[in-house]
Write a protein that binds this ligand. Structure first.
Ligand code: MN
Length: 206
């Protein structure tokens, strides 16, 4: 392994720990996505789940940690059924402002396609989330409009192949709500505007 290989590996690994990778992937003269910055929001930390109709439709699950949004792409979306293990692939940290992004990422840009804010709210964790994530297992309680109660993220593969599972933990919300399972992406509506992906894309004139 050459010095450059080592440096590239370190850069790739470090890329998720700041906003450099987020910015490198985007041309802000062409996308309406925020350039953003690391910042501390007031009150409880936030979470957001965006539905992203990119080349492969997926949900983006993001948790505010230390001034940025730690992010995972969840192909099937979060499930309310504790029996479902949802694959969650880590993606680059996003700026906190990204929690307000809903719109169309133009053709040719990174992640081109429509984004709706599917759910949002605050979360609570008994232990510092950054430390828990570094160790590969984090539990937290979501207080959103659609998602409620205890969830856990667990890393099951490391390094270049890093992958996590997002799982609902059994609690009173599961029992009461009966585990509705996975959201239907084509019928899913924005928690902000009530629009589906299709309606938002049409309104944006694409
Ligand atoms: Mn995405």
């Amino acid at each position: 392994m050459t010095a450059k290989d080592t440096r590239d590996a370190r850069n790739a690994k470090g890329a998720r720990d700041g906003l450099a990778e987020y910015r490198r992937r985007r041309d802000f003269s062409k996308t309406a996505e925020p350039r953003g910055g690391r910042k501390k929001a007031a009150g409880d930390p936030r979470f957001v789940v965006q539905l992203h109709d990119a080349s492969t439709r997926h949900f983006d699950f993001r948790l505010e940690v230390d001034g940025v949004l730690k992010s995972w792409a969840v192909p099937k979306g979060p499930s309310t059924d504790p029996g479902d293990k949802r694959l969650a692939m880590p993606t680059e940290d996003h700026p906190l402002d990204y929690k307000d992004f809903e719109g169309v990422i133009a053709d040719g840009g990174y992640g081109a396609g429509t984004v709706i804010i599917w759910d949002e709210g605050t979360y609570h964790s008994d232990t510092p989330l950054a430390e828990a994530l570094a160790k590969g297992h984090a539990s937290f309680r979501l207080d959103g409009s659609k998602l409620h109660g205890d969830y856990a993220l667990t890393r099951f593969r490391e390094a270049d192949d890093e992958a996590w599972l997002l799982v609902k933990r059994a609690d009173s919300h599961t029992a009461k709500r009966g585990g509705r399972g996975t959201p239907d992406a084509s019928r899913a509506r924005s928690v902000r505007s009530g629009r589906t992906l299709k309606q938002l894309a049409r309104d944006a004139g694409s």
